[in-house]
Write a protein that binds this ligand. Structure first.
Ligand code: SF4
Ligand code: MG
Length: 318
């Protein structure tokens, strides 16, 4: 469905002492060139697992059980590690929530950026070094003042700028940003998003922005995919998700966004996120859904196009 990326029927499990966690339950996701897709949902709904699966970074005790991840019509799940190495960090790069933890603590920032540039553009480290000043400048950091710092000497905002510089050094087709601003304070968050926005527009790369904040997703992205308990349950254009949510869970999410008017309490959604070792049968939202009927507990609804460009996985619309 997307010209750049097509994820279909993606299933991922984690084997734990408590039992098998059914983390992804047939995820459907697609993306066009230069498009920005937001993935939103509560903690544990599978946003990060989806991103890591696309990058083929799911490790023991996790396993991708089935599905396809077509990137430029090539199934990434069928590539060997060598072939994947030509994609990861080159055609698809990723930035994470904890930028300092993603950097190597024992090397200076300048060297780490040079190393990433060398790997991603397949040039020597010496040639890569000459491009570090520009890479740092692009993200608003001063080369002289930054190059000799170690990761622990960076503020969270600076470290995220360094990660962005490294991720974009390869001029990837797709940038995956997993909660890139959640660990930062609010003013820095806004600066980082503004910077990302600018660089992505210039670089013309597609973006998947993972966030638990529907507001951020809809502001930054063209389309938003809402995830619940291991499935994408609704996808639509950003304004559409806000103005015309169809899935009961998305409706609840939007009603729970705090409003300035003090007379309205934060509503929230009743019930808790299900345990994915023993997930609810059928629609995984059914124990919390006030619209549930018989079919909901026995059949998993598929993601269908209910209105033009508006996809919903819910039996109410079937
Ligand atoms: Fe609610 Fe049923 Fe729709 Fe699930 S399929 S969201 S339980 S109405
Ligand atoms: Mg996460």
């Amino acid at each position: 469905r997307g010209s750049l990326l097509n994820v279909s029927k993606l299933r991922v499990v984690f084997y734990t002492y408590r039992g098998v966690i059914k983390a992804l339950n047939g995820v459907e996701l697609w993306l066009n060139e230069e498009e920005r897709l937001g993935i939103v949902g509560e903690t544990g709904c599978g946003k990060s697992v989806t991103a890591l699966s696309i990058m083929r970074l799911i490790e023991q005790p996790g396993e991708i059980v089935s599905g396809n991840v077509l990137f430029n019509n090539q199934d990434l799940l069928k590539l060997d590690e060598n072939e994947m190495d030509k994609i990861r960090g080159k055609k698809i790069s990723m930035i994470f929530q904890e930028p300092i933890a993603a950097l190597n603590p024992v090397f200076k920032v300048g060297f780490q950026i040079a190393e990433t540039i060398a790997h991603s553009r397949e040039i020597t480290i010496k040639d890569a070094y000459s491009q570090v000043p520009e890479a740092l400048e692009m993200v608003g950091l001063d080369w002289q003042r930054t190059k000799d710092l170690y990761p622990h000497e960076l503020s969270g905002g600076m470290a995220q700028r360094v990660m962005i510089a490294m991720a974009l050094a390869a001029r990837p087709k797709l940038l995956i940003a997993d909660e890139p601003t959640s660990a930062l304070d609010v003013t820095i968050q806004a600066q980082i998003l503004e910077l990302l926005d600018k660089l992505v527009t210039v670089g013309k790369n597609a973006v998947i922005l993972i966030t638990h904040d529907l507001g951020i997703a809809s502001e930054f992205c063209d389309r938003v995919a809402v995830m619940y308990a291991g499935n994408v349950i609704e996808v639509a254009k950003s304004e559409e998700i806000f103005n015309n949510p169809l899935h009961p869970y998305t409706k609840g999410l939007i009603e729970s966004i705090p409003v300035i008017d003090k007379s309205r309490d934060l509503k929230g959604i009743a019930g808790t996120v299900p345990d994915l070792v023993d997930p609810p049968s059928g629609c995984r939202f059914h124990p919390r859904c006030n619209r549930a009927f018989d079919k909901c507990s026995s059949e998993l609804p598929s993601l269908l196009e209910i209105e033009p460009d508006h996809f919903v996985a819910c039996h109410l619309y079937n």
